[in-house]
Design a protein around this ligand. Structure first.
Ligand code: AMP
Length: 249
């Protein structure tokens, strides 16, 4: 069983995001970039499937500028076998990424494609669903458990108010949620070994996909600053403030 895993390069989750002065987006120059946290979970799951003897090959795919190679290397150090970089210096929106993944799926014929449930930079939560739609494949989103059977996968999903377990025919698309696993740290020997693993670079233009943006960002703004809290002496004052100042009751 071949597993294709999506790994997006995003601003590290520990970085305090700054909006660009001209409000066209978020500052990414001289900012620490890392693998999207949900994608780390997807890589971990794929590597565990390989270690269990269920998967035979794990391929990490990243789409974006040359620096995405670093993100792929991290996946290789975690245990993926090889990487594919779809190189583009232009913005790739979820629909474009989904179409490019479809082209790679047709080339690589995986049995399972794992993606994060969302990228923490755009918070779109769209790519996996669009990919499944474009391929006409079954999909299981927000995964908290994956069990691979004979031509079917039993997938447990995080839904409002609980867990839902469904069975999907393979090949299929899965998007992973936070509680699926705890991703490993790559050990130093594995980081060294990963340097020798192959990464294929494909120019975005060679896949014959229309990647033109469909969405236009009008403006990006900081959220309003939070006001400092105040101590109230008693309940009547609290009620008065809620009614007359905050006007919420
Ligand atoms: P989104 O729909 O943008 O929230 O992204 C959902 C998931 O799609 C991410 O967690 C990644 O697994 C995958 N993905 C999105 N964009 C890219 C990209 N440029 N390269 C690789 N994977 C991506």
């Amino acid at each position: 069983m071949k597993v294709l895993v999506a790994v997006k390069r995003v601003v590290d989750y520990n970085v305090k995001i700054r909006v660009k002065a001209d409000k066209t987006g978020v500052e990414t120059a001289n900012v620490k970039m890392s693998m999207n946290p949900f994608d780390e979970i997807a890589v971990e799951e794929a590597v565990r499937l390989k270690e269990a003897g269920t998967a035979t090959e794990v391929i990490a795919v990243s789409m974006g500028p040359q620096q995405c190679q670093e993100t792929i290397r991290t996946a290789l150090a975690m245990g993926a076998d090889r990487g594919i970089l779809v190189k583009s210096d232009d913005e790739l929106q979820p629909l474009a990424v989904a179409k490019l993944f479809k082209a790679l799926v047709e080339k690589e014929t995986p049995d399972l494609v794992l993606l994060g449930k969302q990228a923490i930079d755009d918070d779109s939560n769209q790519t996996g669903q669009m990919l499944a739609g474009l391929l006409g494949w079954p999909q299981a989103t927000f995964l908290s458990k994956v069990a691979i059977g004979d031509g079917v996968a039993t997938m447990t999903r995080e839904i409002d108010g609980g867990l839902e377990t469904i069975e999907v025919k393979m090949p299929c698309v899965g998007t992973v949620d936070l509680r699926l696993n705890t991703p490993r740290y790559a050990s130093l020997p594995n980081i060294m070994k990963a340097k020798k693993k192959p990464i294929e670079t494909i120019e975005v233009g060679s896949l014959g996909v229309d990647v033109a943006p469909r969405l236009k960002t009008l403006k990006v703004e900081e959220p309003p600053e939070r006001q400092a809290g105040v101590m109230v002496p008693d309940v009547p004052t609290l009620v008065d403030k809620l009614r007359n100042e905050a006007k919420v009751i």
